[in-house]
Design a protein around this ligand. Structure first.
Ligand SMILES: NC(=O)C1=CN([C@@H]2O[C@H](COP(=O)(O)OP(=O)(O)OC[C@H]3O[C@@H](n4cnc5c(N)ncnc54)[C@H](O)[C@@H]3O)[C@@H](O)[C@H]2O)[C@H](O)CC1
Ligand SMILES: [K+]
Length: 226
């Protein structure tokens, strides 16, 4: 996938930023088409929680946040990591989102969510990690995904490219080592359990093998012109 993306960019046919915009738009279009937000008289404004990671998957998340906001959603965005160390395309989209709303540090998530009613969100958008995940998820993400899997956070979840915590090549959940006392962390929260995964150009092995089917939910492949 990286080789295909890099070849398209190197050919001058498309830029990484254009690919990111197309990817984000593809995700936002699926959310709109499938009416994943309940905009009705009792809940006039659908609410989305977008969790962004430190790479270009996070960049896709900032694009989705901006597009949902434009489409009338109330959007809350959290970021793991320092905005100034985001890759260039992701930083551009971080800055575009920042004109529309705040970017909360992920560490502030528990305090932010505590006073909210159960199920405060219609939708959680998982933009933490994509094909670049190399190690088990940091604790901050596991807190979010544990709340998600206990059903107290959001009505549904869309993962961008691959559910975070899952290796895109093997479909296995990246598990941290046992602690010195030999205790393993609880299984839920180690990866995002999505209802829907929107991926680009082609399905990855991790969508179809190992834990993939259990964590991806319905996989939708969108063309981004590669
Ligand atoms: N390349 C393109 O033009 C497009 C890419 N798309 C999206 O980008 C991601 C892949 O982006 P990349 O930055 O390579 O990887 P990730 O966003 O998955 O982030 C990895 C990032 O995080 C660091 N990291 C890895 N594991 C951990 C960890 N356990 N804890 C902390 N940090 C971790 C790693 O060093 C990287 O910096 C792809 O999936 C698409 O969503 C666009 O969609 C299309 C254009
Ligand atoms: K993801």
């Amino acid at each position: 996938m990286r080789a295909v993306e890099q070849a398209a960019i190197a050919s001058g046919r498309v830029t990484g930023l254009e690919l990111m915009e197309r990817a984000g738009r593809a995700v936002a279009d699926v959310i709109t088409e499938r009416r994943l937000g309940t905009s009705n008289d009792t809940n006039p404004t659908a609410r989305a929680l977008v969790i962004c990671g430190p790479g270009n998957n996070g960049g896709d998340g900032f694009v989705v946040a901006r597009l949902l906001h434009i489409r009338g959603w109330q959007v809350d965005v959290f970021l793991y990591g320092d905005p100034d160390t985001l890759p260039p395309d992701a930083k551009v989209n971080h800055d575009l989102w920042s004109v529309l709303g705040p970017v909360h540090p992920l560490a502030s998530f528990p305090a932010f969510c505590e006073p909210l009613a159960p199920l405060p969100f219609d939708l959680l958008v998982d933009a933490a990690f994509g094909i670049g995940l190399t190690r088990p998820l940091p604790q901050e993400f596991r807190t979010v995904f544990t709340h998600l899997s206990s059903g107290e956070l959001a009505r549904s979840c869309v993962a961008i490219d691959i559910p975070s915590g899952l290796c895109a090549d093997t479909g296995t959940v990246l598990r941290p080592a046992a602690d010195p006392a030999g205790r393993w962390p609880a299984a839920e929260g180690l990866a995002c359990k999505a209802d829907l995964t929107v991926t680009f150009h082609t399905a990855k092995p991790g969508h179809l093998t190992g834990d993939g089917p259990r964590y991806c939910g319905t996989v939708i492949v969108k063309d981004i012109g590669l």
